[in-house]
Design a protein around this ligand. Structure first.
Ligand SMILES: [Zn+2]
Length: 494
């Protein structure tokens, strides 16, 4: 290998919920992450994200990184063709401008959809491949929520994916990508990949890697990875709210020039997922049943999971079904966070210490239930800035170590603590509540608007977990959605 390889690096990431009415535009990328050229390296170096890991490992090896473009937007509706065209043109123009490229490292999601393109990641890799040629290795790191087409598997030399959900290993997988690239550049390995798809659409709630079915598959994959002939195994849970022909779970096993072994391992893992498909049907309680059950626990906090309003999945974060249930049941020391800028404004104008009567939640769209009319006491106001308590949190890549929720208000209604925020913010860290004075450990029950991402922060303090069946665009009841493009039949719809 050339002792100082020149490696192009970049990425375009979006998890697209194709049922959401609002399109995702270039502004949405600019609002979260849009870095070109050297700025990409200075911004993402050391970040706890996939690209952060790639940069750190490549620079530690003394490689010359050629920064192209890195863009990510919050999970939301279909990406406009104009936004995609602009990002792709930037990425490709950078690649065209690099004098010599020995390899390409890409950070992608796998579940990005534009108005016209259903297989965005394959399109990106195909266009990069057309520029760098077949002999230049391309390694892509994916979110395990990607919906993967066979075409993408053919186009990339090696595909890797996060092993964990919550995604606490993004940086580590970035390091892996670089060590595999080093072996490729040395000519030490010849990757051959096998792809298998079990015709299984997993609700986001069933894609946690500590639970069946994915935990079982990961346990077996860990044994397979002991084999030196196996370079990587990507266990894709898929993203059920993207309506594409490739949506659903998939397995990609990459071997060192052992195609039959890769095929047999991929089929084995895919069959395993299929055999355990019934573990991927979530059991739910209505919010009223969930609150009644939580009240029977000796101690708190019981975590009430409102996964239909999963902010990380792009929902409004203002569903108030669980709040209504807590108030109806006269809960003492319950907590919920609602994104409701109008209610925040009302509380700010009234001031800390004031009594207010207002409608909260249920305002952003028609998907997340009705508002609740409450009369309460404004306990505190804040600027909504908090620092993550939880280190190695993949949200740091999106939000930084310092999260800004916009103006906030702590409204206490009966025994329920409502944190009202201007910006919707996933329940990724206990400092979200603590920053304004709500003590998470002192609550009897806490509503989290998340499918899985809450676990890293909340499991360590939880006395119980109860999944609720609420209204929302990330409902685990997939029959609510009008799929047009899925490959059928697929479990659990058929
Ligand atoms: Zn994900």
């Amino acid at each position: 290998m050339n002792s100082n390889p020149r490696i192009a690096i970049g990425g375009i990431l979006h998890e697209t919920h194709t049922f959401m009415p609002r399109l995702t535009t270039l502004d949405d990328f600019a609002a979260l992450a849009l870095h070109r050229g050297p700025n990409l390296l200075t911004t993402m170096r050391g970040a706890r994200s996939g690209i952060g890991g790639m940069i750190d490992a490549a620079e530690a090896r003394g490689w010359q990184l050629l920064p192209a473009l890195y863009a990510a937007a919050m999970p939301a509706g279909t990406v406009t063709d104009a936004a995609y065209r602009s990002l792709l043109d930037d990425l490709l123009a950078s690649i065209d401008g690099f004098e010599r490229i020995d390899g390409v490292l890409l950070a992608l999601h796998g579940a990005m959809v534009t108005e016209a393109e259903r297989d965005v990641e394959a399109d990106i890799v195909a266009r990069v491949r057309a520029r760098v040629g077949d002999s230049t290795p391309i390694i892509a790191l994916l979110d395990m929520h990607g919906n993967i087409s066979p075409r993408l598997v053919e186009l990339a030399d090696v595909l890797l994916a996060y092993h964990t959900n919550p995604h606490i290993d993004t940086h580590a997988r970035g390091l892996d990508a670089v060590s595999i690239m080093a072996r490729l550049l040395d000519g030490a390995i010849r990757p051959t990949a096998a792809y298998a798809r079990p015709a299984l659409l997993l609700p986001a709630q069933c894609t946690g890697t500590d639970d069946a079915p994915l935990s079982l598959v990961h346990a077996r994959a860990a044994e397979m990875l002991q084999d030196d002939a196996i370079i990587s195994i990507a266990i894709m849970g898929g993203f059920a709210y993207a309506d594409t022909p490739y949506s659903g779970a998939s397995i990609i096993v990459t071997s060192d020039n052992q195609p039959r072994l890769a095929r047999s391992y991929a089929d084995e893992l895919s069959d395993m997922l299929w055999r355990h498909r019934h573990t991927a049907l979530p059991a739910f309680l209505t919010p009223a049943e969930a609150v009644a059950r939580a009240k029977r626990y000796d101690r708190g906090p019981v975590i009430l999971v409102d996964s239909a309003d999963n902010i990380g999945g792009g929902t409004s974060g203002d569903g108030a079904d669980a709040l209504r249930a807590m108030l109806d049941h006269h809960v003492r020391d319950g907590a919920i966070v609602l994104a409701d800028p109008a209610a925040v404004d009302r509380c700010w104008r009234a001031g800390a210490g004031a009594e207010v009567t207002l409608d909260v939640g249920g305002k952003a769209d028609r998907w997340h239930g009705d508002s609740v009319n409450v009369a309460g006491h404004v306990e505190a106001l804040s600027d909504g800035v908090f620092e993550l308590e939880l280190k190695d949190n993949h949200f740091a890549a999106f939000y930084g170590e310092k999260v800004e929720m916009g103006r906030c208000a702590w409204l206490r209604v009966g025994g329920v603590n409502i944190l009202l925020t201007e910006r919707k913010t996933p329940p990724m860290d206990l400092a979200q509540l603590r920053h304004i004075g709500i003590i998470p450990e002192a609550q009897r029950m806490i509503v989290v608007k998340s499918a899985v991402a809450y676990r890293a922060a909340y499991l360590p303090i939880a006395s119980g977990i109860i999944e609720m069946d609420t209204a929302g665009l990330c409902s685990a009841n997939l029959a609510r959605f009008d799929y047009q493009r899925l490959l059928r039949p697929i479990f659990p719809l058929d």
